[in-house]
Design a protein around this ligand. Structure first.
Ligand code: PEP
Length: 253
């Protein structure tokens, strides 16, 4: 059975106090409501790492992740955070290739390949984001576009390494816009992604890869989206900043 995963991407939000409050509330709800069958990943801004790690300690199914990591191992790269630093703070996941990183920081597929390699070398599970902009969806070439993103950044990996990757399909037109892909649109793309993975790595690895949906996922639409056979959870932006909403999404399977 594939892992069910709900990951919260806080983006550049939350003071120290707000981050601690949010984490404590999520931890308490997950414990009190006995949620144990979903892997929960909190991806705060880097400086929250120690606080979050401390607060999730002792809850087996809640993990710390980063929102990004450098494509360099270490050195004179002011403002960057490496995969090894993240791992040393107890992170076990890292989001790579979020559309905001691709767009605002001009991250290329080649750079993303380096990030994925460094994440894996340091024991982090990459949550690799893919997804098309609106004009590509309207042109009807979204499947080819997303397949190319995956091929270019990931298909150089060995089978052993690829089997450790989590994919997040995030149509850019649905991120932070309140416009969600319909559950059928999500299922169609997730199935196409899985078939593409199978064409390179075989059925067994493709069937074992968790593929998350992201894009205006909320407690009211998550149950329908998560009910689809190829949707294995969500990467949640805005709604991950509200503990009740985030935990309700976690309970949507
Ligand atoms: C995201 O940025 O990964 C995301 C899915 O954001 P939102 O849930 O706010 O659309």
């Amino acid at each position: 059975m594939r892992k069910k995963i709900v990951a919260g991407n806080w983006k550049m939000n939350g003071t120290q106090e707000e981050g601690q409050k949010l984490t404590s509330e999520i931890v308490n709800m997950v414990k009190d409501e006995r949620i144990s069958d979903v892997t929960v990943v909190l991806n705060p801004p880097f400086v929250h790492a120690s606080n979050v790690k401390k607060l999730i300690g002792g809850v087996d199914n809640i993990f710390l992740g980063g929102q990004n990591c450098s494509d360099k191992a270490s050195g004179a790269y002011t403002g960057e955070t490496s995969a090894s630093i993240l791992a040393s703070f107890g992170a076990t996941y890292v989001i790579i290739g979020h559309s905001e990183r691709r767009e605002y920081f001009a991250e290329s597929n080649e750079q993303l390949t380096e990030k994925v390699k460094l994440a894996l070398e340091n024991g982090l599970t990459p949550i690799f984001c893919c997804g098309e902009p609106l004009e590509i969806r309207e042109a009807g070439t979204h499947e080819a576009y997303v397949k190319d993103q995956l091929t270019e950044s990931l298909f150089g990996l060995s089978e052993e390494d690829f089997a450790k990757i989590v994919i997040a399909y995030e149509p850019i037109w649905a991120i932070g816009t309140g416009k969600t892909a319909s559950s059928d649109q999500a299922q169609e793309m997730h199935a196409a992604i899985r078939a593409h993975l199978a064409s390179k790595y075989g059925e067994k690895i493709a069937e074992g890869t968790s593929i998350l949906y992201g894009g205006s996922c909320k407690p009211d639409n998550a149950p329908e989206i998560f009910s689809k056979p190829d949707v294995d959870g969500g990467l949640i932006g805005g709604a991950s900043l509200k503990s009740r909403d985030f935990v309700d999404i976690i309970k949507s399977f």
